[in-house]
Design a protein around this ligand. Structure first.
Ligand code: KIV
Ligand code: NA
Length: 275
């Protein structure tokens, strides 16, 4: 059973933390049995599971639906759930209500919020209520409409300074972890050195406390092009397509089903059946 305490212990013993996204019962089950330290119910589910072209259309209902399935598949793993687009801005009561649902119905261990500024104040207030929050800085996909596409962040000195200051502010606000997406590895290293909370990188190099990747990317499952920072460890596209193709072929040519796949009734009944 992973808690913040066991995760921090691992980090302090220089053990890398491994986070993987999962979106449903089978993915959560496989992630847990393969030994990941943390599961993220990412709003990336909008793309890899629901077929949208960004995370913007993902709703609270979507997040709850998938979180519940993930928890049924992984009862012993620390589960972080993304707050979806525009669900944690403006009126704090509305944010609080959304966050509560993810903890109480979605059974999250922590929730993740993208961005700095106002969002860090929100993290502070949610933390005061007793809700563990994970900050997400660098490339923040929910802001893709106002960023210039999915690009590396913090490359200029000014942007790097801002990212370092925002990371420190996230820790001061009470964030339990920081996800750092698509930043130069030197900057990620510097941030991880400055922070005491775990820094989990994605496209942020090796000198951070842990890594997070998207389930479907790691397995090459239903995705075609992979970002530079991904390592695919299998090719499920190929395995699954081959399997389905075999099913089609064997059904067409009569090799499936075989006798071992069929049920039999007593021969003596056949006369009446044909009666
Ligand atoms: O939604 C997601 O999968 C994420 C990770 C890429 C960090 O936020
Ligand atoms: Na996300």
């Amino acid at each position: 059973m992973h808690t913040m305490t066991t995760l921090l212990k691992k980090m302090n013993e220089q053990e890398k933390l491994v986070m993987l996204t999962a979106y449903d019962y089978p993915s959560a089950k496989l992630a847990e049995s393969a030994g990941v330290d943390l599961i993220l119910v990412g709003d990336s589910l909008g793309m890899v599971v629901l077929g949208y072209d960004s995370t913007i259309p993902v709703t609270m209902e979507d997040m709850l639906h998938h979180s519940k399935a993930v928890r049924r598949g992984a009862q012993h793993t620390f589960v972080v759930v993304d707050m979806p687009f525009a669900s944690y801005h403006g009126d704090f009561d509305r944010t609080l209500q959304a966050a509560s649902l993810l903890f109480q119905e979605g059974r999250a261990d922590a929730i993740k919020l993208e961005g700095a500024g106002e969002v860090l104040q929100t993290i502070e207030r949610l933390t005061q209520v007793g809700m563990p929050c994970v900050a997400h800085l660098g490339l923040t996909p929910q802001s893709v409409g106002v960023l210039e596409g999915y690009k590396v962040q913090g490359k200029s000195l000014e942007a790097a300074e801002t990212l370092l200051q925002d990371s420190l502010a996230a820790e001061r606000a009470g964030a339990k972890m920081l996800v750092l997406e698509c930043v130069p590895h030197q900057l990620a290293k510097r941030i991880a050195e400055e922070l005491t909370i775990p820094v989990i990188g994605i496209g942020a190099g090796a000198d951070v406390d842990g890594q997070v990747l998207v389930y479907h990317d790691v397995l090459k499952y239903g995705v075609d092009r992979l970002p530079k920072f991904v390592q695919a460890y299998a090719d499920v596209n190929e395995v699954a397509t081959d399997a389905i193709r075999s099913y089609v072929e064997e059904t067409k040519n009569g090799h499936f089903p075989q006798e071992r796949h069929t049920f039999t009734m007593d021969e003596s009944l056949l006369d009446s059946l044909y009666g």
